[in-house]
Ligand binder design. Sequence first.
Ligand code: NDP
Length: 602
Amino acid sequence: MTIDPGAPAAIDRDALRRRYREERDKRLRPDGNDQYLEVAGRFAHYADDPYTPVAPRARVTDHVTFAFVGGGFAGLATAARLAEAGIADVRIVEKGGDFGGTWYWNRYPGAQCDTASLIYLPLLEETGYRPSEKYAHAPEILAHCQRIGRHYGLYERALFHTRVTELVWQEAEARWLVRTDRGDAFTAQFVGLGTGPLHVPKLPGIPGIETFGGHAFHTSRWDYSYTGGDAAGAPMDRLADRRVALIGTGATAVQCVPRLAGACKALTVFQRTPSSVDVRNNAPIDPAWFASIATPGWQRRWLENFTANQAGGNAEVDLVQDGWTDLARRIREQIRKLPPEARTVPNMLAAYEDADFAKMEEIRARVDAVVADRATAARLKAWYRQLCKRPCFHDAYLQAFNHPAVHLVDTDGKGVERITPAGVVVAGREYAVDCIIYASGFEVGTPYRRRAGFETVGRGGLALSAHWAEGMRTLHGIHAHGFPNAFVVQPTQGANLISNIPHNLPDAAATIAQVVRHARATGCREVEATAEAEAAWVELLLKSPGRMTQSPDCTPGYYNNEGRPPDAAARLAVGYPAGPSAYFRYIEEWRQAGEYRGLAYR
Ligand code: NDP
């Protein structure tokens, strides 16, 4: 029996639960992740780089201290922390034409970060940079990545437009052999893997997709030569006489629809599941205000404060103050209404649900307040809990549907039926278009090796894909037994903070830099997680409550394995059971102890 902590009176919880279930059930499909098409074979051109021509260069066959796969935030942060630890001989290998990772590829109009710049952009304090807006736009974020590259001297050794094809541990020499698609074969004493969670574009497996006769591209490879304009915001002047279809209504679509709305002759947005779109309230950052907060250690304080506010910590002050911290604050307030003796797990979960219901009702009411056409407004309402999908925040997306040239086609959860040479078919009706833009997201639940694009072969020929065949196994989300001198830089099995992914990265980088420095200081050639330490960490992780977002009760999407019950691998895609703030404290203590518990140095 649960206690009512005082939900807003007008909310009919049973009706909402029923509606959420009905909407989810409509979207469940037996093919799960297999519904998507891999961008390979005849679709391979969807992954081509439209931004930078590939320059010829000589093969590289030398030796470096540290090779890092991926030039996004993970690689930049790791190289930065290594440089600070006196290890400058770091080579980043990157498939794009520059640093930036996600922000190299995602140049679609309107792209911006959706957690606040002051916590999203890494190494602001170290590089002395003040972002221009509370939520910076993509060109500024890409420029910041380049700034980090210059600041730490990373361009000199970097290999761009280069895909690693294999990493192989060379037992006798205690070093890694790195092979690439440009014919390189160089060695590195240490390697880092920062290939990112969302970097392989995927296409919807819509029948007939290959037959379309017009122009088509994926949002992460925006074709400005077709649309006109540029990433900096110049108007897309070549669309004035074009009929454009946008397929998908996730976080990317929410940001690019407002820019497309005014530019196309006609924009038809094809929706399978509406996003929840809360208020953004972006604003310039005032230099005088910034100077007042940017005292030594400021970025770390802001990061820790956001994480404590947003992910179950216990902060009294909310520095960032946005939609992310708002939901968490409401949940805490709802729980505080419970008398202390009633704070049982079921009661607290009920309080959480109530706070969520109230928040989502507000977000749905916002649709009615903004969108003039009643039928369109009804279709734009999201019927699921806010964290079931990436929550969106925008102050021009819903408004775009009031534009006379913008048309919403809701597929009632079924998705686009067919693509023909002339256009897009839903419910038997063909919408003729000149161009289809796929805002269809990125591979998430597919095997790590497929997403990374290469195999990592460790001690005794052990492949990382075999070691992780039943799910990821690490110590601290960083080290894997059998893979000496190799480190993964990503959130899972560590803090697993998914609202502000970058918080995880410089922290992991600090651990790695210290581990490597210790190896060098003690003259050790190898460092590796012990089998016992890895097993103990995995056992601890299995005590994790998991994320609400992974629940099969949620509407299907990449957060919850497309609605399929979690398999063994999904059960390991979790973080430190006590939560992100506790993980960051734990690992800080681990570093400060200087004992390197769980690692074997040889
Ligand atoms: P998503 O995977 O979130 O969205 C893909 C969209 O395509 C969904 O709306 C999906 O519908 C739709 N879709 C898929 N198949 C079909 C089909 N057959 N017919 C019709 N529609 C279909 O990708 P995004 O690129 O939008 O976002 C991916 C992630 O990238 C975000 O969740 C976020 O983490 C990150 N991101 C971050 C941003 C930031 O500001 N920092 C900005 C943009 C993205 P359905 O929902 O039903 O599956």
